[in-house]
Design a protein around this ligand. Structure first.
Ligand SMILES: [Fe+2]
Ligand SMILES: [Fe+2]
Length: 227
């Protein structure tokens, strides 16, 4: 695939998974906002498209082109991968982050009431929505996908809408945490929370990308978005 400024961000992420490192580095949205050309995505972030193209080429030059090409894997393998690599770890990670967010808000709330309270509130809403969302994927959507396979015409829009909500919550968290810059004098739990939330963002972006841009176009028929 020849990547140009006209190539859609979601397509680049699908066909060259390593390029998502460059997107994450620059805050380029490749999951919910992956339907736009690279140039538009760069303009939105105030970046030079040619510089970003150069970085993508650099990353791809040192990577295995076949690494994680989930668009070519059987649909059942992709579903299993999403559950194993993203759903199961999330179920462990979310309660851990919740207890840290509660602790930091409780112990340090007096120092930064508005931000820490906002972070806790946004996180708790995201956590509840994700729990419900993953359960609906595993109990309803994924079994349907396994039953009907590639080329089926399943209604995926509600799931895409949930992904957009999650993406917005992540953007709010990034803003409230000042791009995850640890404040001066922050305690270890505070540091660990910032680090954990940033890792959550990175993993959710990849998770949503695999569903929106790779899985759903293969099973959502006319309903699918992202490509
Ligand atoms: Fe999922
Ligand atoms: Fe999902």
């Amino acid at each position: 695939m020849n990547i140009t400024e006209e190539t859609k961000v979601g397509e680049i992420a699908t066909q060259h998974p390593m390029a998502t490192r460059v997107f994450s580095r620059h805050g380029i949205d490749f999951c919910c906002g992956g339907g736009v050309p690279l140039q538009t995505a760069c303009e939105l972030r105030g970046l030079s498209t040619s510089d970003v193209l150069g970085e993508i080429e650099h990353v791809l030059a040192g990577s295995d082109p076949d690494l994680d090409r989930w668009d070519e894997a059987p649909v059942a393998d992709l579903v299993q991968h999403i559950v194993d690599a993203y759903h199961l770890p999330l179920r462990e990670e979310l309660p851990r982050l919740e207890s840290m967010a509660r602790k930091v808000a409780r112990v340090h709330g007096d120092k930064d009431t508005e931000r820490l309270g906002g972070i806790l509130e946004t996180f708790l809403r995201l956590e509840a929505e994700l729990g419900d969302h993953m359960a609906r994927e595993e109990d309803v959507l994924f079994p349907e996908i396994l039953r009907h396979g590639e080329g089926s015409d399943l209604p995926v829009e509600p799931f895409v809408d949930d992904h957009s909500d999650a993406g917005q919550a992540l953007a709010v968290l990034r803003e409230l945490t000042d791009d995850y810059q640890v404040p001066e004098g922050a305690c270890n739990t505070w540091r660990a929370l910032w680090h954990g939330l940033e890792a959550l963002e990175q993993s959710l972006h990849l998770h949503i990308h695999l569903e929106n841009n790779v899985l759903f176009p293969r099973v959502g028929g006319a309903h699918a978005t992202g490509r």
